[in-house]
Design a protein around this ligand. Structure first.
Ligand code: NDP
Length: 268
């Protein structure tokens, strides 16, 4: 059995207050790492912080309010991590959300917002944490892992702007991996399909029939969307792939990705 001991290492998870980010924070804490999470909604962040502290008493945890689209917020978040933990070994660029819109109903402003979110949620944290990641690289492991979507390779017309932005970000990640490889910082991504999370809980609350359970609603959607494994993914299943790419388990992997789509990808 492989055991990974991350004590002494620091993982930063943007959007760690819910869904995939929260599941990822749990995995890192379980492995003994210090963890910093951020999000915009202070109440959601406080709830996540309380849940993590209850599950991991004595955990080295920092929860900071930070909008990854705000350069000052991101700089302040990096400074807070530096002040509290003195280092960053692993950065998980996870914060964000999808946009359901077609070419016909996406305005210029919506296009700009979407491109801004997808690109700068990777660019700003990566830039702000780079000095600490560079220092960590000389100690053995430094990694950036981005949560991206299968839409990057397999666009959906009903998510035209998200698909297009996701493809661009996948391209950016490749360049970043090559540029940072000489500094021994690895950069990878996961390409997810549909994962149960806050986003989907909110859609369930809006769209499901009054008497339809979460299980029935997601099973029906999985059928409609022809997901070969027949269900939505769990946040922890995405988190496990992120964990693998962030740690030395994947020490010879950079500029690459793991598919976590339940078999939805059609390409070979
Ligand atoms: P959740 O809504 O459960 O979690 C999203 C997290 O990101 C929350 O903590 C949220 O907190 C935070 N967040 C959103 N925008 C910002 C921002 N500008 N700055 C800082 N934090 C932010 O959704 P998921 O776990 O599903 O989402 C994780 C990532 O996975 C997202 O990037 C999403 O687009 C991507 N993804 C998810 C899919 C799915 O099926 N679940 C499919 C494809 C991609 P707050 O709102 O308080 O800021």
């Amino acid at each position: 059995m492989i055991r990974i001991d991350l004590s002494g290492q620091v993982a930063v998870v943007t959007g760690g207050s819910s869904g995939i980010g929260l599941a990822c924070a749990e995995l890192f804490l379980q492995a003994g790492a210090s963890v910093a999470i951020c999000g915009r909604d202070t109440e959601r962040l406080a709830q996540a912080e309380a849940a993590l502290n209850a599950r991991f008493p004595g955990a080295r945890l920092l929860a900071s309010r930070c909008d990854v689209l705000d350069a000052d917020d991101v700089r302040a978040f990096a400074q807070a991590v530096q002040a509290r933990f003195g280092r960053t070994d692993m950065l998980i660029n996870n914060a964000g959300q999808g946009r359901v819109s077609t070419f016909s109903n996406t305005s210029d402003e919506a296009w700009r917002e979407e491109l801004d979110l997808k690109y700068f949620s990777v660019i700003r944290p990566s830039r702000a944490f780079l000095p600490m990641l560079s220092d960590a690289a000389s100690a053995g492991n430094a990694a950036i892992v981005c949560v991206n979507s299968l839409l990057a390779l397999q666009p959906e017309p009903h998510m035209v702007a998200t698909s297009s932005a996701r493809a661009g970000v996948q391209n950016l990640i490749k360049s970043l991996a090559v540029e940072l490889a000489p500094r021994r910082i690895r950069v990878n991504s996961i390409l997810i399909g549909i994962v149960e999370s806050g986003q989907w809980r909110r859609r369930y609350a809006k769209e499901a029939q009054p008497d339809q359970s979460w299980e029935d609603w997601t099973a029906e959607l999985a059928r409609k969307k022809n997901i070969p494994l027949g269900r939505f993914g769990k946040p922890e299943e995405a988190a496990q792939a992120l964990f693998y790419l962030a740690t030395t388990l994947s020490s010879y992997t950079t500029g690459s990705h793991i598919d976590v789509s339940g078999g939805v990808a059609r390409h070979v």
